[in-house]
Design a binder for this molecule. Structure first.
Ligand SMILES: C[S@@+](CC[C@H](N)C(=O)[O-])C[C@H]1O[C@@H](n2cnc3c(N)ncnc32)[C@H](O)[C@@H]1O
Length: 568
């Protein structure tokens, strides 16, 4: 019986972040096995709307005072749908509290099936899944698991022949969420049309024990996170490979550095790799992860890691940077584009019959508390098998609140970092990206940078849409002039910040938003270019080389990207 109490405890515990599975496996004081608890909650949640209805119609909550709504739902699930029935001795009072009503429960369950026009329990399961997706809005979009093939160790063709050999191709992202249940277990594959060597599979696909993952042949990297390196290095091939060195100024844990190395490997197939990327992070702790990721991706011959190096403290005029032609800057940001990781199933719970006057109005109450006096909670879009965080498993969880002072400080630092990059004497290409949705960290930073002395003196402009790599040229979500409302996605008239950018410059900015059919979190990226390395006007002596030290690097735990590692 501890199984059911433990499952209720998990469902009603306050969110502490982390995945649903990890929360169960790391929970203390559980007596039942984590695997059993996980299976019970996951399976029961697929039936919650039917079970809640059956329990209410059978009125067992009024008749059996020992049963809370969540407990009743889990017990009735096992009673009606699991092969072995309720996992408790026949004489156990809670088992009896359910089994006393078995005729009524069975009859209501059959009615629920017939009402939906289903001939079998299997058909009912699919119908319920459809209903749930429609109610949650999750039938319109799906968060997949994004997998990037690492060209240093493999090729897309090799991976399609090996790791994904059993996978069936689907033509749309939505195709990863077929009508039948258990899409997480299905081997479906979608070839991404925007980023080369990137595929999507159902989110539940687990590669952690696959050789390709352990050997660094494939890297689990969100699609949006692949935009910057591709925007910088483009569709070049062996005939016109990238010339010069590259710098990744804010690199840990290393997704974009290793992506750059992968693109270089593809462009320079025949050539022996040389140390072409200088990659750094101001955080020593995160630099260790960066170094590890670089090594496991096989990128050591290409990448020099400067551990604990503040990018702002580099002197652009130092001879070691004289051949740096491209820089990628993905500095600390608010992380407001990251979708939370709380994938704990939101169960629709039955409600006991209460006198009409005190019955709450509206939709059924969702999981979150077992306290019957609590007010109704808002419906959530999160369902089992989805994850609200899928696009950004590499990322940490944002705080969820908008702190304007913090955003201003972050945007000042972001602007300084990119401005510093624009000073490298041979640089012709710079990308700037954030996983923030706020205008102040994105288009507003771009506007400030374009207006800066260094941009004007050195002739920096934005990489126009028609100059962008083919896959990104096709990307339709572009820069915005005003902030969007986080909930509705509509551009707000009340937006405090308004980006002073031309239409062409807004077209040059690329945006990703959560909650649409693209399966991503919020992200922003833009490319700066200049047509010649000659300065238009002689630039004043740089006074900020070595200026690091008067700013703070964000805490390790508050950074936008996390590395999933190659073996867990
Ligand atoms: C969003 S994360 C970078 C993620 C990384 N680009 C990736 O794709 O894996 C931002 C990183 O910038 C680093 N950082 C912030 N300010 C920095 C600075 N001035 N110099 C170097 N690194 C900095 C932080 O320590 C953090 O690791």
């Amino acid at each position: 019986m501890s199984l059911y109490f433990d499952a209720v405890a998990i469902l009603t515990a306050p969110s502490t972040g982390g995945s649903f599975k990890s929360r169960i496996y790391s929970a203390r004081n559980l007596r039942a096995s984590p695997a059993q608890i996980y299976a019970l909650i996951t399976e029961a949640s697929k039936w919650d709307i039917v079970l809640a209805d059956v329990i209410e119609k059978a009125d067992i909550l009024s008749l059996e005072r020992k049963l809370s709504p969540a407990l009743a739902l889990l017990l009735v699930y096992d009673h009606l749908l699991s092969k072995k029935g309720i996992a408790a001795p026949a004489a156990h009072p809670l088992r009896q509290a359910v089994e006393r009503h078995k005729v009524r429960l069975k009859a209501e369950f059959t009615k629920a099936r017939v009402r939906r026009g289903c001939a079998s329990v299997e058909q009912l399961k699919a119908a319920v899944l459809r209903e749930k997706r429609e109610a949650d809005g999750t039938n319109q979009f799906v968060y997949p698991r994004w997998v990037r093939v690492n060209n240093i160790r493999s090729t897309l063709e090799d991976q399609l022949r090996t790791t994904f050999a059993q996978y069936e191709r689907v033509d749309t992202l939505a195709g990863l969420a077929p009508e039948v249940d258990d899409r997480t277990k299905q081997k479906l594959l979608y070839m991404d049309p925007n980023i080369p060597d990137l595929v999507a599979v159902p989110f539940g696909a687990d590669f952690t024990s696959s050789p390709a993952y352990k050997n660094g042949e494939i890297i689990l990297q969100d699609k949006a996170s692949c935009f910057p390196a591709y925007l910088l290095l483009g569709d070049r091939g062996p005939k016109d490979p990238w010339e010069g060195d590259l710098v990744d100024g804010c690199a840990a844990p290393g997704n974009k550095t290793t992506h750059m190395a992968s693109l270089l490997a593809k462009q320079q197939k025949q050539k022996k790799p040389r140390k072409q990327i200088i990659s750094m992070d101001a955080s020593r702790v995160r630099s260790k992860t960066l170094q590890k990721m670089v090594s496991l991706a096989g990128a050591d011959p290409t990448v020099t890691v400067l551990q604990g190096q503040d990018f702002l403290a580099l002197d652009p005029m130092d001879s070691q940077f004289e051949n740096v032609t491209g820089l990628l800057l993905d500095p600390s940001c608010s992380g407001s584009g990251i979708v939370g990781r709380d994938d704990v199933p939101q169960l629709t719970l039955p409600q006991p019959k209460v006198p009409k006057s005190s019955k709450p109005q509206g939709k059924k109450r969702k999981r979150g508390t077992d306290d019957r006096d609590h007010p109704e909670e808002p419906q959530s879009k999160v369902t089992v098998g989805e994850t609200s965080a899928a696009p950004s498993d590499e990322n940490d969880i944002p705080s969820g609140t908008v702190d304007h002072d913090r955003l201003t400080k972050l945007s000042n630092l972001q602007a300084r970092i990119v401005e510093h990059a624009l000073k490298f004497p041979s640089a012709t290409h710079v990308t700037y990206s954030t996983c923030s949705i706020h205008l102040i960290e994105n288009e507003a930073v771009v506007a400030r940078l374009l207006a800066s002395d260094v941009a004007k003196e050195r002739g920096w402009r934005l990489l126009r849409r028609d100059e962008q790599p083919e896959g990104l040229r096709r990307w339709k979500h572009r820069g915005v002039r005003r902030d969007r409302d986080i909930e509705t996605g509509v551009e707000s008239d009340e937006s405090e910040a308004v980006a002073a950018l031309s239409e062409d410059d807004l077209e040059a900015c690329l945006r990703c938003w959560s909650g649409d059919s693209e399966g991503l979190g919020g992200f922003f990226v833009v490319g700066f270019v200049r047509d010649s390395q000659e300065d238009r006007v002689l630039v004043k002596e740089d006074s900020d080389a070595g200026e690091g030290g008067d700013h703070t690097v964000e805490d390790d735990d508050d950074e936008g990207e996390e590395w999933e590692g190659f073996s867990e």
